[in-house]
Design a protein around this ligand. Sequence first.
Ligand SMILES: [Zn+2]
Length: 172
Amino acid sequence: MARSKSDISNGALRIFLQEVGKFYDTKRGFEPFGPKKKQKQVLLEYFKYQCCFCGSDITEKSLSQDHLIPMNKTALGLHAWVNIVPCCQTCNNEKQQKDWQEFLKFKSSNSEFKARTQRITSFVKKMGYDPNLDLHKYVDNLYQDVGEVTMTLINLRLKQAEDAINTLLKSG
Ligand SMILES: [Zn+2]
């Protein structure tokens, strides 16, 4: 039971972070991140058609996207411009919820680490994503509330279904 409840909360959290991301994009003068074809090209061109973590070549077709700051209840990254960086499929699978700098260190030599960090941070700066955007005070309540409200609704309907089964079995 607990597991399914947290799945629901996580789903709601992702929707919230997507919607906040859309708003944040619009306010910064961007078209909300899809990604659309044009947006993919901007990412690829900025990162010179290379995975931002391991440097391997990527194309529009093989492009995978990572949320630099993960979309989870601790990190609260948005689905928005700049928080989405181009990477290869392997890196996307490996990185998951890890801190991007630690992951980058793991994938790079010292000099590569410097250059790649520089590229990512200048991208963040140029496009104006503020990593200090603190959403915790809104999200912590949402996370709890969604789980509780959903379970209350499920239990209500469960009771009705049980009553219906009881009636059916009695009359049969
Ligand atoms: Zn990679």
